[in-house]
Design a protein around this ligand. Structure first.
Ligand SMILES: Nc1nc2c(ncn2[C@@H]2O[C@H](COP(=O)(O)OP(=O)(O)OP(=O)(O)O)[C@@H](O)[C@H]2O)c(=O)[nH]1
Ligand SMILES: [Mg+2]
Length: 451
């Protein structure tokens, strides 16, 4: 059995975790309040909830409880928010690790949290011992936050030493940058991303500015709230892990995802889109047809990244459909995308679509916890696109705009100035790497293999 441990770091990680664990509980017939089975739910044959929950008993012969395979690291107030939330009795006390608040905001201080780092590794060892075989760690953080950048990197380094072979996937939120009031977030992000390139197997990019745009345009909100942005990210995660948590068709494990999506180890930043997405009150005459869902999936508005995806070329693309869907319609939808020529693949991967269908009902539980319409069918697209280079390019530009070295010298003690230079150079190199890979031809590939 291949299980996963979920690590939720800082405000973003902790807020999001409360939303996705609530939905996962409901999807697996578990009470989010205390982890007890919901007796009104019929057990499903293809349920693999053990992948993310472990079974526990508080007293011998007592009722079974389901405990998330999860660890939380955050400031005391963030940890307290879990105890006051809708999953208040779901997580054991030892899985909640608090940090001093004076570390907030800056990479270097959070990177040095040795005690919390040891506690986290210790808790992960315990979780690993309670599992058959951990396949991977999923980390949730904002790269702009102090904890989300510094602590996450320190943890990833330790995980590399202690759990080298285990898959590591980051769900990395990119904040909306306000460089005049929060310049530290730019430096945190540069330091975080430079190191994560070598330490993660996969990085799912979740861009807050795109999530905010989806809240206003698709969910028709007057303004975007973190709650709604986290709801969209929760649906993304639910669809992404559906094939792992049930008997699924495609991307049934993190390693399968890596082999489907990552051509070179450090070219592992994944862009994504999801369709359809409507507010709960929307009146629909009918659910969208599979072809319309597929076309919508490749519209810029459906992407969870605010970059022009069509400026780049895809190196890989996986579409996972969910719900009431038949394979013939999927074939038709994908051929419409191919003939429309809106999306381009690199020369060495000309027809790289991978498709799968998960027949589980689409988010049956949504109305209970979020203000988003439940639909009968939908899809999630995961892509590896050279357009990702817009992000490192943007960070390099912002670093110049804020005169980062001056801020770095003043507030980022414990890290050498040369380390910042190296991180910046790594991001510049990343821009070139993506451009070169995009331009590679089949002949170049052959030559590289011969050497
Ligand atoms: N999507 C999303 N973004 C958030 C959320 N909370 C904060 N953010 C954004 O993430 C940025 C910084 O990350 P945080 O997660 O707050 O930081 P942290 O990891 O707790 O680290 P500290 O800076 O030490 O508090 C903020 O400036 C917000 O823009 C959330 O719940 N969801
Ligand atoms: Mg915080």
């Amino acid at each position: 059995m291949k299980e996963y441990i979920f690590l939720n770091i800082g405000s973003t990680g902790i807020n999001l975790a409360q939303s996705y664990w609530h939905l996962f509980c409901l999807e697996h017939g578990i009470s989010p309040n205390d982890g007890e089975p919901d007796l009104l739910c019929l057990p499903k044959d293809d349920d693999n909830s053990h992948v993310i929950f472990r079974e526990t008993k508080t007293i011998p012969y007592g009722p079974i409880k389901y405990t998330p395979r999860s660890v939380f690291v955050g400031e005391q107030s963030e940890i307290d928010s879990i105890r006051a939330g809708s999953c208040k009795n779901l997580f054991p006390a030892e899985s909640l690790i608090d940090c001093p608040s004076e570390c907030g905001g800056v990479y270097s201080k959070s990177y040095m949290l040795k005690v919390q780092l040891e506690k986290t590794i210790e808790q992960m060892r315990k979780e690993t011992e309670l599992a058959d075989s951990i396949e991977g760690f999923m980390l949730f953080n904002s790269i702009g936050g102090g904890l989300g950048s510094g602590f996450t990197n320190a943890l990833l380094e330790q995980l590399g030493d202690s759990f080298g072979k285990t898959q590591k996937a980051g769900f990395n939120f990119y904040p909306v940058y306000d460089i005049s009031s929060k310049p530290h977030q730019v430096i945190n992000s540069i330091l975080a991303l430079a190191k994560m390139q070598d330490l993660l197997n996969l990085s799912f990019v979740l861009d807050n500015s795109a999530l905010a745009r989806m809240c206003t345009n698709q969910l028709e909100r007057e303004s975007a709230s973190f709650k709604d942005m986290n709801s969209i990210a929760t649906l993304f995660l639910s669809q992404l892990t559906c094939s792992m948590r049930n008997d699924g068709a495609l991307n049934t494990s993190l390693s399968e995802m890596e082999s489907n999506l990552v051509p070179y180890p450090t070219i592992h930043n994944i862009v994504s889109s999801m369709a359809p997405l409507y507010p709960a009150q929307k009146v629909l005459e009918n659910d969208l047809l599979v072809t319309d869902i597929t076309l919508k999936l490749f519209e810029q508005a459906s992407f969870m990244q605010n970059i022009d995806i069509n400026q780049g070329k895809y190196m890989a693309c996986a579409v996972v459909y969910q719900g009431d869907i038949v394979p013939k319609d999927v074939g038709h939808g994908i051929s419409r995308i191919k003939t429309s020529r809106t999306i381009q693949f690199v020369d060495w991967c000309p027809t790289g679509f991978k498709c799968g269908i998960n027949y589980q009902t689409m988010h049956e539980q949504i109305p209970d916890i979020m203000d988003i319409k439940r639909v009968k069918r939908g899809a999630l697209m995961l892509g590896n696109s050279s357009s990702y280079r817009e992000f490192p390019k943007m960070f390099v530009q912002m670093s110049e705009d804020i005169n980062a070295l001056k801020i770095f010298k003043k507030d980022f003690e414990c890290i050498e100035e040369s380390d910042y230079d190296v991180a910046l150079e790594q991001l510049k190199a990343k821009v070139s790497d993506y451009t070169e890979i995009e331009a590679e031809t089949v002949e170049d590939e052959g030559q590289t293999e011969e050497h």
